[in-house]
Design a protein. Structure first.
Length: 318
């Protein structure tokens, strides 16, 4: 099979028939063998019924329905698990991503041997204040932190080799950082392609300003996991040792000052009157806590079980 097209969605009943027709037109024109996997992430409108109807008329259409809204990362994870195509395309269901981009993305994977190609919506039709400026700041921080130099981490239109999506774990809200996850997994040939961004035709955006706050928090998480996810003691232990050193130095200074004052005839000076006492005490406590955090992290890492991150209600053609 040439292509697996994975489309997570939430309440997109108006756009689904048009999107399906557009995809089929592109697939037929280029004579691709394909599957389209719609993941209904807890829609409350008629989206699932439309997917079910499409699957009856087109056996290449497959569907996964979540019991409730679990998030885009969980939807992509479910789609990745089912994808069978040599090249996997992800795109949004709101018609802002153009299926006409698929052939070029496919060729970049198959002919230029990229592991992953990310779309870049260079010209956007979103609000400048609400999305464009925060997105530019977010992308700048992501590039500096991750070392993956893409212009648009948030673009949902991406292409992957099948082996890439089978070897990465997309959890939480990490869908923004799939290129970083791929790089950390050893897939370093990452490309970028300028793609058409279209104005939303139906409904309203499901994402608000909170996604950028969550995005920055996730960026910190992925930075930590990429460097210390397999060895948390290396970070917590190192900082803990530093705090212990500070505590021992402060304690040594307290003892030295106490001895000096005793020899000078000051017998009523209390150790607690010295500010260094509190510095030493705080540093020792923090050092102990950091060591414990490191040990607990190592224990959890070695004993954790894979948990289900979403519940599937129904599947069609899978």
């Amino acid at each position: 099979m040439n292509l697996s097209i994975i489309i997570p969605l939430l309440n997109e009943q108006e756009s689904l028939p048009e999107l399906h027709q557009w995809i089929v037109k592109v697939m037929t024109t280029h004579n691709y063998t394909y599957e389209v996997i719609f993941i209904d992430d807890g829609s409350t409108d008629n989206s699932w019924q439309i997917i079910a109807d499409l699957s009856k008329s087109n056996p290449n259409v497959k569907g996964i329905q979540f019991l409730r809204n679990f998030g885009k990362s969980q939807a992509l994870h479910a789609g990745f698990a089912k994808a069978k195509g040599d090249v996997v395309i992800t795109m949004d269901a709101d018609l802002q991503d153009s299926p006409d981009e698929i052939p070029d993305l496919y060729n970049m994977i198959m002919q230029q041997n990229f592991d992953l190609v990310s779309g870049w919506k260079k010209k956007r039709y979103d609000s400048v204040v609400a999305k464009n400026l925060p997105s530019k700041l977010f992308n700048w921080a992501a590039r500096k932190t991750s070392g993956v130099y893409l212009n648009d981490f948030n673009c949902g239109l991406k292409a992957y080799k099948n082996v890439v999506i089978k070897n990465i774990e997309v959890s939480g809200e990490m869908h923004r950082y799939i290129p970083v996850l791929a790089k950390n997994a050893g897939f370093g040939k990452i490309g970028e392609k300028v793609v058409i961004h279209q104005a939303r035709k139906y409904g309203e955006s499901k994402f608000g300003m909170s996604r950028f706050i969550n995005g920055f928090l996730d960026l910190i998480t992925i930075w930590f996991l990429s460097r210390y996810g397999k060895r948390p003691m290396h970070l917590f232990g190192a900082v803990g040792v530093l705090m212990f050193v500070i505590g021992f130095l402060a304690t040594g200074a307290i003892i030295t000052l106490k001895l000096i004052k005793l020899y000078s005839g000051y017998h009523t000076i209390l150790v607690t009157d010295n500010p260094l006492f509190y510095i030493a005490l705080t540093a020792m406590i923090l050092g102990s806590q950091l060591f414990l955090a490191g040990f607990l992290g190592e224990i959890i890492l070695r004993t954790k079980n894979n948990e289900e991150r979403y519940k599937i209600s129904t599947e069609v053609n899978l």
